[in-house]
Design a protein around this ligand. Structure first.
Ligand code: C2E
Ligand code: MG
Ligand code: MG
Ligand code: MG
Length: 288
């Protein structure tokens, strides 16, 4: 190779690096702006909780998950996949999590006064769970709002069990005393050992949508889902399948005794008020 070719390659490489750094710069700025905006999102009323039903084999709601939405005044909708990690890293998730619990209580009472008695699941981030005064805060919120903990399920991810297991179990037990139940979200995608399953005060597993998406066609995923279902049965745990989009997926899950299904096939996450108005002629008393 000639020196000229070498030089060209090098300078192209340099340009590429410069270009890449330029992108990283914009990305950092973008993140900082978003983080600053997220700090104000609560007081600006830009955050909202939407509700996605979890249904049994008859299509009846036996529970629902509350999911956060951020309607940014300038940017429109920002995905939770973007702002939740940002909130987690900056610590903002703690304040946001307090608000989620209050919203859950408010929505629960709204559902109950419309005749719908099922539990609501909320996502509790590790940082939120690990606050020293978390149990006290939850106790106080339930008392102030006059809500029965038996109607709340906390979804946590496997990452919570990687360290301080002893302390985590103690805290979970205290919350269980309030009636709150625990569900492992995105089950099967984390790194924790199966050993904790027998040690934790758990109620439910949520099969991650990545496993659900290709059943029953994909033999490996079908085996994974089948194994989770039979293992959960032996541990006395309920199972929710997330990301159920097709009738074929639902049929397989129902045939294998999955307790409930959550996904676009049944309902998109929608404003709780909308769900209530869509179910105005019904009364529901399930899942508690
Ligand atoms: P997640 O808790 O696993 O929630 C399930 C996600 O799957 C939601 O995404 C939901 O909209 C989406 N989903 C539901 N059904 C279907 C389906 O049939 N197909 C597909 N492809 N997706 C479906 P979303 O709302 O974007 O939330 C993403 C993640 O952000 C959540 O995953 C959760 O980890 C986090 N998150 C959302 N709200 C909160 C919150 O209030 N607090 C905390 N700490 N995290 C939250
Ligand atoms: Mg969840
Ligand atoms: Mg999940
Ligand atoms: Mg998921």
């Amino acid at each position: 190779e000639s020196d000229t070719a070498m030089y060209r390659a090098k300078s192209a490489g340099r340009n590429q690096i410069a270009f890449f750094e330029g992108n990283m710069q914009t990305e950092v700025e973008h993140r900082l702006t978003l983080e600053r905006d997220l700090t104000k999102a609560l007081e600006l009323n830009e955050l909202q909780m939407v509700m996605q039903a979890q249904v049994n084999d008859a299509g009846v709601a036996v529970g629902a998950e509350l999911l956060m939405r951020w309607h940014h005044k300038g940017r429109g909708m920002v995905s939770p996949a973007v702002f939740i990690p940002l909130a987690e890293e900056s610590g903002l998730i703690v304040k946001m999590g307090d608000w989620v619990l209050q919203e859950a209580c408010r929505i629960l009472k709204q559902l109950q006064s419309a005749g719908h008695y099922f539990s609501l699941s909320i996502n509790v981030s590790p940082k939120q769970f690990r606050q020293k005064d978390f149990v006290d805060k939850v106790t106080a919120t339930l008392a102030t709002q006059g809500v029965d903990g038996n109607y709340l399920i906390f979804e946590v991810t496997e990452g919570l069990f990687i360290d301080n297991l002893q302390e985590t179990i103690a805290r979970m037990s205290k919350l269980s005393d309030l009636g709150i139940r625990f569900s492992i979200d995105d089950f099967g995608t984390g790194y924790s050992s199966l050993n904790y399953l027998k040690r934790l005060p758990l109620y439910e597993l949520k099969i991650d949508k990545s496993f659900v998406q290709d059943i029953p066609g994909d033999a490996n995923d079908t085996a994974i889902v089948g194994s989770i279902l039979s293992m959960a049965r032996q541990f006395g745990l309920k199972v929710v399948a997330e990301g159920v989009e097709t009738v074929e997926q639902a049929n397989y899950l129902i045939a294998n005794d999955c307790d409930s299904m959550q996904g676009f096939l049944y309902s998109r996450p929608i404003a709780p008020e909308l769900w209530i108005s869509q179910h105005a002629q019904e009364q529901t008393a399930t899942g508690v």
